[in-house]
Design a protein around this ligand. Sequence first.
Ligand code: GMT
Length: 382
Amino acid sequence: MWNETRLPKEKRMKIGIVLYPTYGGSGVVATELGKALAQKGHQIHFISYSFPVRLDVHDKNIFYHEVRVNSYPLFKYPPYESALTSKLVDVIRFEKLDVLHLHYAIPHASAAHMAQQILQEEGIYIPFITTLHGTDITLVGRDPFFKPIITYSINKSDAVTTVSQSLKYDTFKFFNIKKEIEVIPNFICIKDMKFSIQRERYAEEDELILCHISNFRKVKRVQDVIKVFAKVREKLNCKLILVGDGPERDKMEMLCRELGTCKDTSFIGTVNNTTEILSIADLFLLPSETESFGLAALEAMAVSVPVVSTNTGGIPEVNAEGVSGMLSNVGDVEEMAKNAIYILSDKKRHQEFKKNALNQAAKFDLNEIVEKYITLYKKVIK
Ligand code: GMT
């Protein structure tokens, strides 16, 4: 897979990618971007507090630098941002990075700005690009307490990107931003894949599989997934697979018990290879309260799984109404259930939605999107 499509030395960039290493979408996007850039011959330095979960390849162009925060009795709160800043200064200096790319504003953008200031004193200029992913703007970022630092560090970035038009709009709406924002959507690599997962582990031959993947936070409205499923199950033979884990998980298990759907629901926890699970699904449910993009929906579509979702935030930019799936208002469980039944109850219609889902996903082709980032890196490197 890692074919040597290397660049001549003078064209290779040394790029620092700062990310959250967990299963969240921003970490996944940052990791996949770094992997694709490394494959093109650029040198990628991932910087985070632990090894990124999706960094499952060995490539001579990929490096990992861990940010460690030493404990000290005085620290009730370990100073992560200072540790990250120091790490950035060290890596930029030693590895001679050309550019930093930060995924998720808090606290990455302010740490990068501080590192930039420190290095400027030594005559080194390191440009940094901030990619806004979602709740850094729509939830956490809107907290009045964080507003000044987010506004300041976005304005100080050498370039700013958002993953959807909707998030760009929200950023200008909620913050006093004086910079241009470029929309560079998330991406997917569409390829023929072989999966070893056995569908029969989760459903009988005559049963359909509905699936949801998230970090089980309130914003994901997993309760609506379960309620929609309960309604679909009244009409169709089906099973529900819930992938992921998070603060709402226990409550969701209780809700399944209340609705009597436990025997048809599998909570499978966090998995590394979500594509494998998605490949056996017939429909993906994404009833989020807010969602700047909806990477999980795109991953579903990339393996021909149609999506029933809400119409909030950037989801309509990903899931095309009546084409790759269907969209409803937040909380409209009744309509989402009707839509799911509509798509699944007719084999021919389901096939059509499946085919369209794959075509729609192909619009977010990895190669095209990665080129947009490369162009941006070149623009900010002086
Ligand atoms: O903002 C978050 O909730 C975290 C972030 C993440 O790290 O998972 O998710 C956001 O970024 C993803 C990748 O760009 C998007 O696909 C998600 O839609 C977005 N989440 C929200 O807007 C809730």
